[in-house]
Design a protein around this ligand. Sequence first.
Ligand code: ADP
Ligand code: MG
Length: 331
Amino acid sequence: MPRARPERDRRRRRAAPAPGPLGEFEIIERYFRLATAQTEVGGGDDAAIVRTSPGTELHVCVDTLVAGRHFPPQCPAAAVGHRALAVNLSDLAAMAARPRWATLALTLPQAEPHWLADFAHGFAALAREHGVDLIGGDTTAGPLTVTVTALGEAPRGTRLTRDGAQPGDTVYVSGPLGDAGAGLALIQRQGGATSPAEQHLVDRFLWPRPRLDLACVLREHGHAVIDISDGLVADAGHLAAASGVGLVLDLERLPVSAALVDCRLRESHLELALGAGDDYELCVCAPPAAKPVLTYHGLVPIGEAVAGSGVVFRRDGRPVDPPVSAGYRHF
Ligand code: ADP
Ligand code: MG
């Protein structure tokens, strides 16, 4: 039987931050021993034990967020907690997997109770929304760094990877691009938003929504999917290389929000839509017959896959150089 501990955990979540220094185990107990609903052995032992559903395959991914590199250090703690899980759930969304469990390795410069409470709340709210149990982690002192491992499952034999695109496929994106990059620039350059439109952009950076809602339709109709974390040019390039196809994308078809077009940043909206990361929308390749169902689900066709390699752009049918060349690289 799963070991759900709803009573104990409800009490724990209500506890007000106590004065005085917090020790490592107090931090874990107070903020990160959340209720588990579908786990044999969760946090508190040397390792967690989970039971996968019959007929499924386990999907595992990990992503690290480093303060000052993946997010500005002044970001709200709840958004950091949300984001750390969201970027991993986005990787599962790109595999059309159902998320089930996560671990959290947290490195903190200091144990600040209000920051920790907000961080844990941001993490837990998204975990609850998607039915994810937090089943363990690690808590250490050092520069603020958050590493989440997410585990999900999908029916055996239904895998959806980035290498399945075929010449003739239509290329889609699942939503507007560039908003998060603009939001990040607004936070970095002016400390945040000064209008509702700017707030929309900032929120798109702080509170990414992993596109898990598309899992079923993509599993049925998609040939290849990648999530857009490093910008469309970079991530479409990864998909093209993995699939051994070329992609021809039409600039005028890229979905961009009115807030992005109207915002006054030195980058053009196209530069942000193509080059900035952090949107966590999906780039999808699917056969032409799937167009009605995919557009019904809000996917926007932006081009096609062809025999060849690399990503090239057109505007009104004519080849053009994109205003950006590659995504963010750490090294
Ligand atoms: P160990 O000594 O076996 O590495 P730890 O003392 O690091 O164990 O952690 C104690 C328990 O608390 C473990 O079950 C671990 O998974 C859990 N844990 C530690 N840090 C976190 C965290 N940030 N979030 C969730 N669980 C955590
Ligand atoms: Mg440990």
